[in-house]
Ligand binder design. Structure first.
Ligand SMILES: [Zn+2]
Ligand SMILES: [Zn+2]
Length: 400
Protein backbone atom coordinates (compact mmCIF):
# COMPACT_ATOMS: atom_id res chain seq x y z
CA UNK A 1 0.00 0.00 0.00
CA UNK A 2 1.43 3.38 -0.94
CA UNK A 3 2.08 6.05 1.65
CA UNK A 4 -0.86 8.26 0.73
CA UNK A 5 -3.23 5.27 0.98
CA UNK A 6 -1.87 4.37 4.38
CA UNK A 7 -4.14 6.72 6.21
CA UNK A 8 -2.46 7.20 9.52
CA UNK A 9 -4.06 9.79 11.79
CA UNK A 10 -2.86 13.30 11.10
CA UNK A 11 0.38 13.64 13.03
CA UNK A 12 0.85 17.36 12.61
CA UNK A 13 -0.71 18.83 15.73
CA UNK A 14 -1.79 22.38 16.30
CA UNK A 15 1.28 22.65 18.48
CA UNK A 16 3.40 21.41 15.59
CA UNK A 17 1.71 23.85 13.26
CA UNK A 18 2.38 26.63 15.78
CA UNK A 19 6.06 25.81 15.86
CA UNK A 20 6.17 25.82 12.10
CA UNK A 21 4.32 29.12 12.06
CA UNK A 22 6.80 30.45 14.62
CA UNK A 23 9.75 29.43 12.45
CA UNK A 24 8.05 30.93 9.44
CA UNK A 25 7.35 34.15 11.32
CA UNK A 26 11.05 34.23 12.31
CA UNK A 27 11.99 34.11 8.65
CA UNK A 28 9.53 36.87 7.91
CA UNK A 29 10.98 39.00 10.70
CA UNK A 30 14.46 38.55 9.24
CA UNK A 31 13.25 39.89 5.93
CA UNK A 32 10.86 42.30 7.56
CA UNK A 33 11.61 45.55 5.74
CA UNK A 34 11.26 44.00 2.28
CA UNK A 35 8.39 41.67 3.19
CA UNK A 36 6.38 44.38 4.94
CA UNK A 37 6.56 46.69 1.98
CA UNK A 38 5.67 43.86 -0.41
CA UNK A 39 2.67 42.80 1.72
CA UNK A 40 1.52 46.40 2.00
CA UNK A 41 1.84 46.85 -1.74
CA UNK A 42 -0.05 43.62 -2.41
CA UNK A 43 -2.83 44.55 0.00
CA UNK A 44 -3.07 48.04 -1.45
CA UNK A 45 -3.29 46.64 -4.97
CA UNK A 46 -6.04 44.21 -4.01
CA UNK A 47 -7.98 46.81 -2.09
CA UNK A 48 -7.72 49.12 -5.06
CA UNK A 49 -9.25 46.56 -7.37
CA UNK A 50 -11.77 45.66 -4.71
CA UNK A 51 -11.15 41.98 -4.14
CA UNK A 52 -10.62 42.39 -0.39
CA UNK A 53 -13.30 44.99 0.18
CA UNK A 54 -16.75 44.28 1.60
CA UNK A 55 -18.98 43.39 -1.30
CA UNK A 56 -22.50 42.66 -2.43
CA UNK A 57 -22.75 39.15 -3.78
CA UNK A 58 -25.42 37.44 -5.84
CA UNK A 59 -26.87 34.37 -4.13
CA UNK A 60 -29.88 32.08 -4.27
CA UNK A 61 -31.95 31.87 -1.13
CA UNK A 62 -34.82 29.76 0.16
CA UNK A 63 -37.54 32.13 1.30
CA UNK A 64 -39.77 29.66 3.10
CA UNK A 65 -40.09 26.06 4.27
CA UNK A 66 -41.60 25.11 0.89
CA UNK A 67 -38.21 25.56 -0.74
CA UNK A 68 -39.06 28.49 -2.96
CA UNK A 69 -35.63 29.62 -4.12
CA UNK A 70 -35.02 33.01 -5.69
CA UNK A 71 -32.06 35.32 -6.35
CA UNK A 72 -31.00 37.26 -3.28
CA UNK A 73 -28.18 39.73 -2.68
CA UNK A 74 -26.00 39.19 0.38
CA UNK A 75 -23.03 41.07 1.87
CA UNK A 76 -19.67 39.43 2.26
CA UNK A 77 -17.33 40.99 4.80
CA UNK A 78 -14.10 42.73 3.87
CA UNK A 79 -11.33 40.14 3.92
CA UNK A 80 -9.25 40.19 7.07
CA UNK A 81 -5.50 39.62 7.21
CA UNK A 82 -5.89 35.82 7.22
CA UNK A 83 -8.99 35.57 5.04
CA UNK A 84 -9.26 34.31 1.50
CA UNK A 85 -11.85 35.46 -1.01
CA UNK A 86 -13.14 32.58 -3.12
CA UNK A 87 -15.17 32.97 -6.29
CA UNK A 88 -17.43 29.94 -6.14
CA UNK A 89 -17.64 27.81 -9.28
CA UNK A 90 -19.53 24.74 -8.07
CA UNK A 91 -21.80 24.20 -5.09
CA UNK A 92 -23.58 20.92 -4.49
CA UNK A 93 -26.88 20.14 -2.82
CA UNK A 94 -26.66 18.16 0.43
CA UNK A 95 -29.75 16.65 2.01
CA UNK A 96 -28.93 18.81 5.05
CA UNK A 97 -29.75 21.87 2.94
CA UNK A 98 -33.24 20.47 2.43
CA UNK A 99 -33.66 19.52 6.10
CA UNK A 100 -32.64 23.05 7.04
CA UNK A 101 -35.04 25.01 4.84
CA UNK A 102 -37.88 22.66 5.70
CA UNK A 103 -37.30 23.42 9.37
CA UNK A 104 -36.70 19.75 10.25
CA UNK A 105 -33.93 20.77 12.66
CA UNK A 106 -35.59 23.96 13.96
CA UNK A 107 -36.83 27.04 12.18
CA UNK A 108 -34.08 28.58 10.02
CA UNK A 109 -33.47 32.27 9.42
CA UNK A 110 -35.04 33.28 6.11
CA UNK A 111 -33.90 34.22 3.56
CA UNK A 112 -31.63 31.19 3.89
CA UNK A 113 -28.61 30.73 1.62
CA UNK A 114 -27.61 27.05 2.03
CA UNK A 115 -24.63 25.22 0.61
CA UNK A 116 -21.70 23.64 2.44
CA UNK A 117 -20.02 21.80 -0.41
CA UNK A 118 -18.31 24.36 -2.66
CA UNK A 119 -15.27 24.67 -4.86
CA UNK A 120 -13.96 27.83 -6.45
CA UNK A 121 -11.00 30.00 -7.33
CA UNK A 122 -9.13 32.16 -4.87
CA UNK A 123 -9.41 35.73 -6.13
CA UNK A 124 -8.07 37.56 -3.10
CA UNK A 125 -5.84 36.84 -0.14
CA UNK A 126 -5.36 38.85 3.04
CA UNK A 127 -1.81 40.06 3.64
CA UNK A 128 -1.02 37.32 6.19
CA UNK A 129 -2.41 34.39 4.19
CA UNK A 130 0.21 31.68 3.62
CA UNK A 131 -1.78 28.65 2.45
CA UNK A 132 -3.20 30.07 -0.79
CA UNK A 133 -2.26 32.31 -3.65
CA UNK A 134 -4.53 34.09 -6.05
CA UNK A 135 -5.64 31.65 -8.73
CA UNK A 136 -5.50 28.55 -6.51
CA UNK A 137 -8.53 26.28 -6.36
CA UNK A 138 -10.06 26.00 -2.89
CA UNK A 139 -13.01 24.32 -1.25
CA UNK A 140 -15.18 25.15 1.73
CA UNK A 141 -17.15 22.56 3.64
CA UNK A 142 -19.50 22.47 6.58
CA UNK A 143 -17.84 25.02 8.86
CA UNK A 144 -16.11 28.37 8.60
CA UNK A 145 -14.89 29.12 12.13
CA UNK A 146 -14.28 27.72 15.60
CA UNK A 147 -12.52 28.94 18.73
CA UNK A 148 -9.21 27.28 17.88
CA UNK A 149 -8.28 26.97 21.56
CA UNK A 150 -10.56 24.35 23.16
CA UNK A 151 -9.47 20.76 23.59
CA UNK A 152 -11.46 19.60 20.57
CA UNK A 153 -10.18 22.33 18.27
CA UNK A 154 -6.63 21.58 19.40
CA UNK A 155 -7.25 17.93 18.47
CA UNK A 156 -8.34 18.97 14.94
CA UNK A 157 -12.02 18.39 15.71
CA UNK A 158 -13.31 21.85 14.96
CA UNK A 159 -16.75 20.37 14.24
CA UNK A 160 -17.00 19.56 17.96
CA UNK A 161 -15.74 22.95 19.21
CA UNK A 162 -16.74 23.37 22.85
CA UNK A 163 -17.29 27.09 22.32
CA UNK A 164 -19.52 26.60 19.32
CA UNK A 165 -18.53 25.78 15.77
CA UNK A 166 -19.62 28.37 13.21
CA UNK A 167 -21.25 26.30 10.51
CA UNK A 168 -21.18 27.50 6.93
CA UNK A 169 -24.79 28.61 6.74
CA UNK A 170 -27.60 29.62 9.10
CA UNK A 171 -25.14 29.72 11.99
CA UNK A 172 -24.46 32.73 14.25
CA UNK A 173 -21.68 34.67 12.51
CA UNK A 174 -19.23 35.68 15.25
CA UNK A 175 -17.21 37.87 12.90
CA UNK A 176 -19.82 39.83 10.95
CA UNK A 177 -22.89 39.39 13.14
CA UNK A 178 -26.15 38.00 11.81
CA UNK A 179 -26.09 34.52 10.33
CA UNK A 180 -23.72 32.85 7.91
CA UNK A 181 -24.56 32.41 4.24
CA UNK A 182 -23.47 29.32 2.34
CA UNK A 183 -22.30 28.30 -1.06
CA UNK A 184 -25.40 28.94 -3.14
CA UNK A 185 -23.67 32.23 -3.88
CA UNK A 186 -21.03 33.64 -6.16
CA UNK A 187 -18.39 34.41 -3.56
CA UNK A 188 -17.37 33.62 0.01
CA UNK A 189 -14.87 35.17 2.41
CA UNK A 190 -13.40 32.67 4.85
CA UNK A 191 -10.47 32.23 7.22
CA UNK A 192 -7.74 30.45 5.28
CA UNK A 193 -7.56 27.65 7.85
CA UNK A 194 -11.15 26.70 7.00
CA UNK A 195 -10.49 26.56 3.26
CA UNK A 196 -9.27 23.30 1.74
CA UNK A 197 -6.70 22.87 -0.99
CA UNK A 198 -8.07 21.20 -4.12
CA UNK A 199 -5.31 19.49 -6.12
CA UNK A 200 -4.87 20.38 -9.78
CA UNK A 201 -6.29 18.14 -12.47
CA UNK A 202 -9.34 16.82 -10.62
CA UNK A 203 -12.99 17.11 -11.65
CA UNK A 204 -13.82 20.26 -9.68
CA UNK A 205 -17.60 19.76 -9.81
CA UNK A 206 -17.21 16.16 -8.66
CA UNK A 207 -14.99 17.28 -5.78
CA UNK A 208 -17.51 19.71 -4.28
CA UNK A 209 -19.52 16.88 -2.63
CA UNK A 210 -16.37 15.65 -0.88
CA UNK A 211 -16.54 18.74 1.34
CA UNK A 212 -19.51 17.32 3.28
CA UNK A 213 -20.62 13.93 1.94
CA UNK A 214 -17.03 12.81 1.43
CA UNK A 215 -15.71 13.75 4.86
CA UNK A 216 -18.89 12.61 6.62
CA UNK A 217 -18.41 9.10 5.26
CA UNK A 218 -14.59 9.08 5.39
CA UNK A 219 -14.32 10.05 9.05
CA UNK A 220 -16.07 6.92 10.44
CA UNK A 221 -13.88 4.72 8.24
CA UNK A 222 -10.85 6.27 9.95
CA UNK A 223 -12.20 6.53 13.47
CA UNK A 224 -13.42 2.91 13.57
CA UNK A 225 -10.30 1.87 11.68
CA UNK A 226 -11.82 -0.06 8.78
CA UNK A 227 -9.19 -2.43 7.47
CA UNK A 228 -8.42 -3.97 4.09
CA UNK A 229 -10.61 -7.03 3.57
CA UNK A 230 -13.10 -6.25 6.35
CA UNK A 231 -16.83 -6.34 5.63
CA UNK A 232 -18.38 -2.89 5.57
CA UNK A 233 -22.12 -2.34 5.23
CA UNK A 234 -23.52 0.84 3.73
CA UNK A 235 -27.22 1.40 4.45
CA UNK A 236 -28.76 3.82 1.96
CA UNK A 237 -26.91 4.85 -1.19
CA UNK A 238 -27.62 8.48 -2.00
CA UNK A 239 -25.18 11.38 -1.96
CA UNK A 240 -23.39 10.18 1.17
CA UNK A 241 -23.75 6.46 0.58
CA UNK A 242 -22.32 6.41 -2.92
CA UNK A 243 -19.18 8.18 -1.71
CA UNK A 244 -18.99 5.80 1.27
CA UNK A 245 -18.89 2.93 -1.21
CA UNK A 246 -16.21 4.49 -3.39
CA UNK A 247 -13.99 5.49 -0.46
CA UNK A 248 -14.27 2.20 1.42
CA UNK A 249 -13.71 0.17 -1.75
CA UNK A 250 -10.54 2.21 -2.39
CA UNK A 251 -9.45 1.24 1.13
CA UNK A 252 -9.79 -2.40 0.12
CA UNK A 253 -12.85 -3.15 2.26
CA UNK A 254 -15.49 -5.65 1.16
CA UNK A 255 -18.42 -3.28 0.74
CA UNK A 256 -22.04 -4.41 0.90
CA UNK A 257 -24.86 -1.98 0.06
CA UNK A 258 -28.45 -2.06 1.32
CA UNK A 259 -30.79 0.08 -0.77
CA UNK A 260 -34.48 0.57 -1.39
CA UNK A 261 -33.98 1.46 -5.08
CA UNK A 262 -33.62 -1.44 -7.47
CA UNK A 263 -31.65 0.51 -10.08
CA UNK A 264 -28.98 1.30 -7.48
CA UNK A 265 -27.95 -2.36 -7.20
CA UNK A 266 -25.97 -2.18 -10.44
CA UNK A 267 -24.62 1.28 -9.59
CA UNK A 268 -23.36 0.02 -6.22
CA UNK A 269 -21.28 -2.62 -7.93
CA UNK A 270 -20.03 -0.09 -10.46
CA UNK A 271 -18.90 2.10 -7.53
CA UNK A 272 -16.92 -0.80 -6.07
CA UNK A 273 -19.35 -2.73 -3.83
CA UNK A 274 -18.88 -6.49 -3.70
CA UNK A 275 -22.57 -7.10 -3.04
CA UNK A 276 -25.78 -5.05 -2.98
CA UNK A 277 -29.25 -5.97 -1.73
CA UNK A 278 -32.72 -4.53 -1.52
CA UNK A 279 -34.02 -3.97 2.01
CA UNK A 280 -37.01 -6.05 1.04
CA UNK A 281 -34.81 -9.09 0.34
CA UNK A 282 -35.24 -10.74 3.76
CA UNK A 283 -33.53 -13.97 2.73
CA UNK A 284 -30.38 -12.20 1.55
CA UNK A 285 -30.26 -9.98 4.61
CA UNK A 286 -30.78 -12.99 6.88
CA UNK A 287 -27.65 -14.58 5.43
CA UNK A 288 -25.58 -11.55 6.51
CA UNK A 289 -26.24 -12.00 10.26
CA UNK A 290 -23.14 -11.43 12.36
CA UNK A 291 -20.80 -10.87 9.42
CA UNK A 292 -19.98 -7.14 9.43
CA UNK A 293 -16.96 -5.37 10.95
CA UNK A 294 -18.51 -1.92 10.56
CA UNK A 295 -21.74 -0.47 9.18
CA UNK A 296 -22.70 3.03 8.15
CA UNK A 297 -26.26 4.33 7.98
CA UNK A 298 -26.67 7.27 5.61
CA UNK A 299 -30.47 7.22 5.53
CA UNK A 300 -31.67 10.78 6.27
CA UNK A 301 -34.79 9.74 8.19
CA UNK A 302 -35.47 7.48 11.18
CA UNK A 303 -36.14 3.78 10.56
CA UNK A 304 -35.90 0.59 12.66
CA UNK A 305 -32.18 -0.08 13.08
CA UNK A 306 -32.15 -3.37 14.97
CA UNK A 307 -32.35 -5.55 11.83
CA UNK A 308 -29.08 -3.96 10.71
CA UNK A 309 -27.48 -4.05 14.17
CA UNK A 310 -28.08 -7.81 14.00
CA UNK A 311 -25.74 -7.99 11.01
CA UNK A 312 -22.72 -6.83 13.04
CA UNK A 313 -20.13 -9.16 14.51
CA UNK A 314 -19.62 -9.15 18.29
CA UNK A 315 -18.30 -5.80 19.60
CA UNK A 316 -18.76 -4.00 16.29
CA UNK A 317 -20.40 -0.66 15.52
CA UNK A 318 -23.14 0.77 13.36
CA UNK A 319 -22.43 4.47 12.75
CA UNK A 320 -25.39 6.71 12.00
CA UNK A 321 -24.59 9.80 9.93
CA UNK A 322 -27.98 10.18 8.27
CA UNK A 323 -30.88 10.55 10.71
CA UNK A 324 -29.83 13.43 12.93
CA UNK A 325 -32.89 13.57 15.12
CA UNK A 326 -34.65 10.50 16.44
CA UNK A 327 -33.16 7.07 15.87
CA UNK A 328 -35.58 4.17 16.02
CA UNK A 329 -35.89 0.55 16.83
CA UNK A 330 -32.66 -0.32 18.61
CA UNK A 331 -33.35 -3.02 21.20
CA UNK A 332 -31.26 -3.02 24.35
CA UNK A 333 -31.36 -6.76 24.97
CA UNK A 334 -30.32 -7.68 21.45
CA UNK A 335 -27.54 -5.10 21.44
CA UNK A 336 -26.38 -6.41 24.83
CA UNK A 337 -26.13 -10.02 23.64
CA UNK A 338 -24.06 -8.93 20.66
CA UNK A 339 -22.25 -6.16 22.59
CA UNK A 340 -22.85 -3.94 19.58
CA UNK A 341 -22.61 -0.18 19.50
CA UNK A 342 -24.81 2.37 17.80
CA UNK A 343 -22.77 5.52 17.30
CA UNK A 344 -23.07 8.95 15.71
CA UNK A 345 -20.56 10.98 13.75
CA UNK A 346 -20.69 14.54 12.44
CA UNK A 347 -18.67 15.62 9.39
CA UNK A 348 -14.93 15.75 10.24
CA UNK A 349 -12.19 18.19 11.15
CA UNK A 350 -10.37 20.39 8.67
CA UNK A 351 -7.19 18.27 8.64
CA UNK A 352 -9.23 15.12 8.04
CA UNK A 353 -11.21 16.88 5.30
CA UNK A 354 -7.94 17.68 3.55
CA UNK A 355 -7.03 14.01 3.87
CA UNK A 356 -10.20 12.82 2.13
CA UNK A 357 -9.63 15.31 -0.67
CA UNK A 358 -6.06 14.10 -1.15
CA UNK A 359 -7.12 10.45 -0.84
CA UNK A 360 -9.84 10.94 -3.49
CA UNK A 361 -7.45 12.72 -5.83
CA UNK A 362 -4.90 9.92 -5.45
CA UNK A 363 -7.46 7.19 -6.15
CA UNK A 364 -9.32 9.03 -8.91
CA UNK A 365 -12.51 9.23 -6.84
CA UNK A 366 -15.13 11.95 -7.28
CA UNK A 367 -18.85 12.18 -6.75
CA UNK A 368 -21.20 11.01 -9.49
CA UNK A 369 -23.33 14.04 -10.24
CA UNK A 370 -25.66 15.91 -12.49
CA UNK A 371 -24.95 19.57 -13.21
CA UNK A 372 -27.79 22.07 -12.82
CA UNK A 373 -28.22 25.82 -13.05
CA UNK A 374 -29.29 27.92 -10.02
CA UNK A 375 -32.87 28.28 -11.25
CA UNK A 376 -33.20 24.48 -10.93
CA UNK A 377 -32.27 24.36 -7.21
CA UNK A 378 -35.84 24.03 -5.94
CA UNK A 379 -36.71 21.22 -8.35
CA UNK A 380 -33.46 19.43 -7.59
CA UNK A 381 -34.11 19.61 -3.83
CA UNK A 382 -37.46 17.91 -4.32
CA UNK A 383 -35.75 15.19 -6.36
CA UNK A 384 -33.28 14.69 -3.49
CA UNK A 385 -36.22 14.07 -1.15
CA UNK A 386 -37.80 11.69 -3.68
CA UNK A 387 -34.55 9.66 -3.99
CA UNK A 388 -34.18 10.69 -7.63
CA UNK A 389 -30.70 12.19 -7.34
CA UNK A 390 -27.97 10.17 -9.10
CA UNK A 391 -26.09 10.96 -6.94
CA UNK A 392 -25.47 14.64 -6.27
CA UNK A 393 -26.79 17.79 -7.90
CA UNK A 394 -23.98 20.24 -8.51
CA UNK A 395 -25.00 23.84 -9.14
CA UNK A 396 -22.97 25.73 -11.72
CA UNK A 397 -22.58 28.94 -9.71
CA UNK A 398 -20.98 30.75 -12.63
CA UNK A 399 -24.53 30.90 -14.02
CA UNK A 400 -25.82 33.07 -11.14
ZN1 LIG B 1 -23.94 18.15 4.08
ZN1 LIG C 1 -13.00 25.16 19.98
Amino acid sequence: MCQSCNDKPETLTREGASRRDFLRSGAVLAAAPVATSMIAAQAAAQTTNGTLAESKVQAWAAHDTEGNFAPYTISRRAAGAKDVVIEIMYSSICHSDVHTYKGDWGMPHFPLVPGHEMVGRVVGTGPEVTKFREGDIAGVGTMVDSCGTCVNCLADREQNCLNGTTFTYDSADKISGGVTYGGYSRKIVVKEEFALRIPPGVDLAGFAPLLCAGITTFSPINHWNLQHGQRYGVIGMGGLGHLAVKLAAAKGAEVVVFTTSEDKIADAKRFGAAEAYLWSDDAAIGRQMGTFDLMLSTVPVAYPMQPFLNLLKLDKTLVNVGALFEVQGAQGMLMAFGRQSLAGSLTGGIAETQRVIDFAAHHGIAATYEMITPDQIGTACEKVVNKEARYRYVIDMTQV
